[in-house]
Design a binder for this molecule. Structure first.
Ligand SMILES: NC(=O)c1ccc[n+]([C@@H]2O[C@H](COP(=O)([O-])OP(=O)(O)OC[C@H]3O[C@@H](n4cnc5c(N)ncnc54)[C@H](O)[C@@H]3O)[C@@H](O)[C@H]2O)c1
Length: 394
């Protein structure tokens, strides 16, 4: 039997400076696992090494402070990959301009990893992947790096609550080799309350089904909003009437922009996998992505927008976040500009030299649209401007 080599690190998180990778790295480090972040983004790696969180994440700053250079390291030097027992991959898995999954990044990473891999290392895919990718990668590695095993263990946290959720949510784990699965189980039991074992395909579906389900939940609320508004009814009153003390409506989401880097792309990944027969997913995409245009059309019915000053309050993709990726507020801005409006934007958490403060925005704009319901916007006075507030902030 081959001797197990000794490793400098328990875990290497590849892409560990990112929104999913960094909280996970911190959680492993907190649990005493010797964790090294390998990331190609040098400036973010430098920030982490200076004990600065590169983005907002509850409870992360303090963990970074206490683990850095004790059980956590960050580097742009790929040699740490070969020095680690487990390699957790958390790079982005985007869709392309045709709404199909783009495999290039994942393929490139795997090709790049090969010279650093040697049995019995284990690769844990944590990024959300197109179904069957885990199996394809395992087959590839069987040829190039025999004895290196792939496990797929999806990330299920929401940004902002990642640390807390890693410690409280069950962890789905899957793989192709019983010994590897057991070792990965032990690894995750150090940070998760329980693990659920499935086959890799079931784990891939579990993740995509979850995100698609949420996306569809938001879509039904947005469709109800659009129907109610078209007929001059108040959605907030309707939703209150529907859900107050009525348990079967407890899952009813608020209407509002359903955006961000995950829900849309994962619904489209599933659509692509099913040869575009995931009709609910496509319908949800049309509804959610159509909401900015609906708002603009509603305004157009009331007034000409040429030279109107319109403010968008909240540019992040969701409340209490500094992440602007795939935010529909930017789509709204584009559509308003196309109508000839002068658009001002503001956000409590995003820094942009073209943004203005919320006070200036409210004071100077004829119309204010709430793009995202940051807490602070609930405390502002909107007298003097017309407010479009699909979130029920005011
Ligand atoms: N953000 C979330 O809340 C969340 C939640 C669940 C699942 N996910 C999934 O996790 C994955 C990552 O998402 P994210 O939001 O963290 O993305 P991100 O862009 O914030 O992070 C990706 C990181 O990977 C790094 N990277 C890219 N190519 C690399 C390479 N070749 N070598 C080393 N590092 C590399 C980037 O520099 C970046 O730091 C996606 O599949 C996403 O769907 C994300």
């Amino acid at each position: 039997m081959a001797m197990n080599p000794s490793y400098n690190y328990d875990v290497c998180v590849l892409g560990g400076a990112g929104r999913a990778g960094l909280p996970l790295s911190l959680s492993f480090a907190k649990a005493g696992k010797k964790t090294v972040i390998y990331d190609i983004n040098e400036s973010t790696v430098n920030q982490i090494n200076a004990s600065e969180m590169p983005f907002m994440e509850e409870g992360a700053s303090i963990l970074l402070d206490v683990t850095l250079n004790k059980t956590l390291w960050a580097t742009i030097d790929p040699k740490v990959v070969s020095e680690s027992r487990f390699i957790v991959v958390t790079i982005g898995t985007p869709i392309d301009e045709y709404l199909n999954p783009s495999f290039t990044d994942m393929k490139n990473v795997m090709a790049f990893l090969e010279p650093y891999l040697k049995a019995p290392q284990i690769i844990i895919l944590r990024s959300t992947v197109y179904p069957t990718i885990s199996s394809t990668l395992q087959k590839q590695l069987d040829k190039t790096c025999p004895g290196v095993h792939v496990c797929f263990c999806p990330e299920r946290i929401i940004e902002g609550k990642a640390i807390q959720e890693i410690e409280t949510l069950p962890q789905i784990i899957s793989g192709f080799d019983e010994t590897a699965i057991n070792q990965v189980k032990d690894l995750f039991m150090a940070i998760s309350p329980e693990v659920i074992e499935t086959s890799p395909l079931e784990a891939e579906f579990s993740k995509l089904f979850t995100n698609s389900y949420r996306y569809i939940q938001f879509a039904i609320s947005n469709q109800f909003y659009m129907i109610a508004e078209q007929f001059g009814a108040n959605t907030e009153n309707i939703f209150h009437a529907m859900s107050h003390n009525y348990p079967r409506m407890s899952a009813l989401a608020k209407p509002g922009f359903a955006a961000g880097p995950c829900l849309f792309k994962d619904t489209m990944q599933l659509s692509a996998f099913t040869n575009n027969t995931f009709f609910l997913g496509h319908s949800a995409m049309l509804i959610n992505e159509g909401l900015p245009k609906f708002l603009v059309n509603q305004l157009k019915e009331k007034m000409t927008m040429l030279d109107k000053k319109i403010g968008i309050l909240g540019m992040a993709f969701k409340a209490e976040s500094d992440d602007s990726r795939e935010s529909l507020s930017y789509k709204l801005r584009k559509l308003l500009n196309l109508e000839g409006a002068r658009v001002l934007c503001s956000d409590v958490y995003l820094k942009d030299k073209d943004f203005v403060s919320e006070d200036v925005l409210i004071e100077t704009c004829d119309i204010v649209i709430i793009g995202v319901p940051h807490q602070k916007y609930k405390t502002l006075s909107y007298s003097g401007c017309e407010l479009i507030d699909m979130w029920g902030v005011s």
